[in-house]
Design a protein around this ligand. Structure first.
Ligand code: FAD
Ligand code: NAD
Length: 463
């Protein structure tokens, strides 16, 4: 590395230090490529660590504790009313969860010799970028990997400059527990954070524009979650749009189609947008699409041969594990290895109560494509482990090819679905058959048995 005149010369410059960026950088370093990461915050972790996956799951864990304590009453154990102290809760989330992981990432970067440069990166050409900020400098690279991620989408036409109107980042700071919380958007964030706030004591009203929660997800999987939300939330308004938001004293007045309400805080969770603006892409051959996503091929190459892109900025699904896999692929391709993002599935989990998880083909997609499939549904009502947990509100679904018996898709709803889906993802990715799943000994009593039992029921259907 040549440091003279504040010009750094490297094999690989990674722009953005989130899961896509740090996975790419660590793999590049492992493969012997001199690598730097430029991140606006001069830190690794990105949205996932600082304002996404990790802090939200920490809050959801606390929500689960509260809900389990409540459920315990039915089993004859009463812990009394929970009392939530926000300072220790925030401290635990920020220091012992997020802070600890951040220190871990920084240590890995140090060990692998990956320098993290603080500042905003702007491409000046396909070989050089300018870093703006406290330590202005130039980085000359042989290859660059864009991993700038995404940012919360705003509500079109309803911008209100009030700290009572929060995006997910503000909501995760947990400034207080609002008595009345309006959640706009019934997708991943609206449901996860809506449930977390409801468990902590907020009366939550959720407004979703489409006619169901989690649009696009198998309705059979969403149903148990919708039932739980009906209990947990004050109101759910489907097929509804917020038409105005106005500050009224120390509250926010919201109007929805044909209704209105006053809230102490509003959480806007209506999707995320790629962070591709202001990157100087016009000085390269990288060409974002109409929605501002950067198009990449299965090797994470952009239209500019020197520049790769990974993670949320490359499109949906905007999930951390997809970003990480793409990051490793980009690094390996740059190092000359025969690597590709050729994964059959990107599993997804909504970490609500109950959790909803899926991977591969859904029944709906199969019907839409006119593809014949065999489907097995294993309700958890008679599953031993589910009964011992007092949680029979689950379902395991298996979708298979009628001729080859190959597992094409798996959907699970219920506590622990986020862990259970790993077996489904492996089954689809490794082209396992229903017989493979049915013939594998699953430990008893576990929720994983429901996968084996669903497979057995498919075999019975097959005669
Ligand atoms: P990001 O994590 O967004 O990182 C991009 C980084 O680039 C940031 O640090 C940013 O500051 C930096 N940057 C941007 N522009 C520049 C520039 N010009 N110069 C320098 N640096 C720049 N996904 C899951 O898989 N599981 C979950 O449970 C989950 N929960 C979530 C909960 C919430 C509330 C949110 C908001 C998201 C959640 N996600 C979850 C999505 C996940 O956070 C993203 O998919 C993931 O962070 C994308 O990684 P990335 O590397 O593409 O970008
Ligand atoms: P989302 O796309 O999951 O959900 C947005 C919801 O808002 C949709 O249901 C949509 O119909 C609704 N909506 C849009 N405009 C609306 C309006 N004007 N009024 C009412 N409803 C409206 O987006 P999100 O919840 O903001 O999350 C963003 C992304 O972050 C997710 O798509 C996902 O990729 C990622 N994420 C993942 C996890 C996870 O993996 N567990 C958790 C949180 C976020």
């Amino acid at each position: 590395m040549v440091m003279g005149d504040l010009v750094v010369e490297v094999d690989v410059a990674v722009v953005g230090g989130g899961p896509g960026g740090y996975s790419a950088a660590f793999r590049c370093a492992e493969l012997g490529l001199e690598t730097v990461v430029v991140d606006s915050g001069k830190r690794l972790g990105g949205a996932c660590l600082w304002e996404g996956c990790i802090p939200s799951k920490a809050l959801l864990h606390v929500a689960a504790l509260i809900e389990d304590a409540e459920r315990a009453r039915d089993l004859g154990v009463d812990f009394g009313e929970p009392r939530v102290a926000l300072d220790p809760l925030r401290k635990w989330k920020d220091e012992r969860v997020v802070g600890r992981l951040a220190r871990g990432l920084a240590a890995v970067a140090k060990t692998r010799g990956v320098e993290v440069i603080g500042g905003r990166a702007v491409f000046e050409s396909s070989r050089e970028l300018r870093v703006e900020g406290e330590e202005p400098q130039k980085v000359r690279f042989k290859h660059a990997i864009i991993a700038t991620g995404s940012a919360p989408a705003a509500l079109p036409g309803l911008a209100l400059a009030s700290d009572r109107v929060m995006d997910s980042t503000a909501a995760l700071e947990l400034a207080d527990i609002p008595e009345r919380l309006l959640v706009i958007g019934g997708g991943y964030i609206g449901l996860e954070l809506g449930q977390a706030y409801a468990a902590l004591g907020s009366a939550v009203t959720l407004v979703e524009m489409t006619d169901g929660l989690l649009p696009g997800v198998d309705r059979a999987l969403v149903q148990p979650l919708a039932r739980r939300c009906e209990k947990l939330f004050d109101k759910i308004r489907l097929g509804t749009k917020v038409t105005s938001l106005a500050e009224k004293g120390s509250a926010i007045e919201a109007r929805f189609d044909g209704d209105d309400g006053v809230f102490d805080r509003v959480l806007v969770a209506v999707g995320r947008r790629p962070a591709s603006a202001g990157l100087g892409l016009e000085n390269t051959r990288v060409n974002p699409d109409a929605r501002s996503f950067i198009t990449v091929d299965d090797r994470c190459r952009t239209a500019d041969r020197a520049i790769y892109a990974v993670g949320d900025v490359t499109g949906e699904p905007m999930l951390a594990h997809r970003a990480m896999r793409q990051g490793k692929v980009a690094a390996e391709v740059i190092a000359g290895r025969p690597s590709a993002f050729d994964n059959v599935v990107v599993p997804a989990v909504v970490f609500t109560d109950p959790e909803v998880a899926w991977c591969g083909l859904t029944e709906f997609e199969a019907a839409r494509a006119g593809r014949a499939v065999r489907v097995a549904k294993r309700e958890w009502a008679a599953a031993g482990r589910a009964l011992t947990l007092g949680r029979t509100d689950g379902l395991t679904k298996l979708i298979a090819d009628p001729d080859s018996g190959r597992v094409l898709g798996v959907g699970i709803v219920g506590p622990g679905a986020g862990e259970l889906i790993a077996e489904g993802a492996l089954a689809v990715e490794a082209a396992l058959t229903v017989e493979d799943l049915a013939g594998t000994i699953h430990t008893h009593p576990t929720l994983s048995e429901t996968l084996m039992e669903a497979a057995e029921s498919l075999l019975r259907q097959g005669g």
